[in-house]
Unconditional design. Structure first.
Length: 477
């Protein structure tokens, strides 16, 4: 750690969850004073039970710790190399969980709290921020998460001119493109319309016969769904997005006149036969590696989703980057509202971090807090910090939030949705591996494993170069 920076004004960070705590640590470790604002216990949320920073309100798992084969494990490794407080506390409070990193939740939170309280440049200040931060706060990180208090959420909403910040965020499943059977499916837009930024072949289409459609609807109606939590019960649906199983319950033909309508499409694999229904998938990221299933937001439990959606012709072997969901959330339309350094375009002194930016998961939230802290520290030093490499897990996630996602080609509701880190967010390899170390050819699943391992090795090498070029120079300055 370097000595205190000469800047008169500290960095203000609102919210002492995982993202805010990590951001505060990174700023302070750069030698810059921090005031970390936390409204608990002055005002509690519906989900928290303590006033401790970095309280885990759901699972105690940080998911896979396998840095060679799993994207979240790779993100763990990258954060450790960047001096993450969250990862240090997690490693120190690990409990047995096979290949996953699970923690003793009370010990974890206590370790983060102790580190923040003992740091000479961090002041933990209790009390709610009930509107936009005062104008004299020239460097602010808002990391208030999915349970942002109403006054602050309303102030941000008014500033961004967004329709809403607190709503039921209806998420459709997202599929890895290379797992779709294109001998069954085909590219085409309805009536070959291109739309803004489109080509006329912007959707992947999966045809269904009447028999397949009837089986699919029956499975939807019989599927087991998750229940809303008590504190979610009064939050309205966003933009009228209904779960697909709710639409199906309104009548057997509802889906055929909604997201599964077969009009304006001709199956080149069988051009004389008109499909009874069509499931469409739309490109979800600029790389073209991920496609979301249009209109398939759902409350079905995860196991049911995989089982039912793999009955769709062409998706029998689908690999899901994320499954559908419907829950209360608070997040920005970040690709539109934030710049590449997570600053609000409408008011750049405000930077956002954590789940508010559109990432999902403990580690993802903390990692965006980490990079927000590094950017805030660089601003205080009036130093430029280049973005983390897009080939790294951190860079891939940041890219998704700040511009990697593409909007739907039709007008209407925003399509940006929170995302866990996954290899579909990474740029493809220039030359995917085809052979084993002994020279024999990779076959079947071996190709997928080798590709993930090559992506992970590339990520760590590129991140090390970025650290050497940016952070070591900054710390020495």
């Amino acid at each position: 750690m370097t000595g205190p920076h000469s800047s008169a004004n500290p960095v203000h960070i609102i919210g002492a969850g995982l993202a805010g705590s990590e951001a505060a640590w990174q700023v302070a470790e750069a030698g810059i004073p921090v005031i970390l604002h936390e409204m608990r216990p002055v005002r509690m949320t519906e989900a928290h039970r303590t006033d401790s920073p970095a309280e885990l309100v759901c699972s105690n798992s940080f998911r896979s710790d396998d840095a060679a084969n799993n994207a979240v494990g790779l993100l763990h490794a990258e954060m450790r190399r960047l001096g993450s407080l969250i990862m240090r506390a997690a490693d120190a409070n690990q409990v047995p969980a096979g290949g996953a990193l699970a923690v003793d939740r009370d010990g974890f939170s206590a370790a983060v709290t102790r580190a923040l309280q003992e740091h000479p440049l961090i002041k933990l200040q209790r009390g709610e921020i009930t509107g936009l931060p005062p104008a004299e706060w020239d460097n602010v990180i808002i990391a208030t998460g999915p349970l942002t208090s109403a006054p602050l959420a309303e102030a941000v909403r008014a500033l961004t001119d967004e329709n809403a910040l607190a709503f039921f965020d209806a998420i459709a499943p997202i599929v890895h493109k290379d797992s779709i059977d294109m001998s069954v499916a085909w590219f085409q837009s309805r009536y070959d319309k291109s739309g803004p930024g489109g080509t006329g072949a912007d959707y992947i289409n999966c045809p269904m016969t009447k028999e397949q459609y009837d089986v699919f609807v029956d499975a939807l109606l019989a599927g087991e769904t998750s229940e809303f939590r008590e504190w979610e019960a009064n939050t309205p649906y966003f933009d009228g997005c209904l779960p697909i199983e709710v639409m199906a319950a309104r009548g057997r033909e509802t889906l055929r006149y909604g997201p599964m309508k077969p009009v304006g499409l001709t199956n080149p694999n069988d051009p004389t036969v008109k499909p009874h229904a069509v499931v469409q998938l739309r490109q979800d990221n600029r790389l073209g590696t991920l496609y979301n299933i249009v209109g398939f937001q759902t409350k079905l439990k995860y196991g049911q989703q995989q089982q039912i959606f793999r009955t769709i012709p062409g998706l029998e072997a689908a690999e899901f980057a994320r499954l559908g969901g419907l829950h209360r959330n608070t997040f920005l339309n970040s690709p539109k509202l934030l710049d590449g350094q997570l600053r609000l375009r409408a008011q750049p002194r405000l930077r956002f971090a954590g789940q508010m930016t559109g990432c999902e998961g403990y580690v993802e939230s903390a990692s965006i807090g980490l990079i927000a802290g590094l950017y805030a520290a660089a601003d205080k030093r009036t130093q430029a910090l280049s973005p983390p490499p897009p080939t790294s897990a951190l860079g891939a996630l940041l890219g998704h939030i700040t511009g990697g996602h593409i909007e739907t080609i039709e007008p209407g509701a925003r399509s940006f949705q929170p995302m866990n880190i996954n290899f579909g967010l990474f740029p493809p390899l220039a030359a995917p591996p085809t052979k084993k170390p002994d020279g024999t050819r990779l076959r079947g699943n071996e190709k997928t494993v080798a590709k993930k391992q090559a992506m992970s090795a590339r990520a760590l090498a590129d991140l090390e170069s970025w650290i050497a070029d940016n952070l070591r120079v900054a710390v020495a300055a």
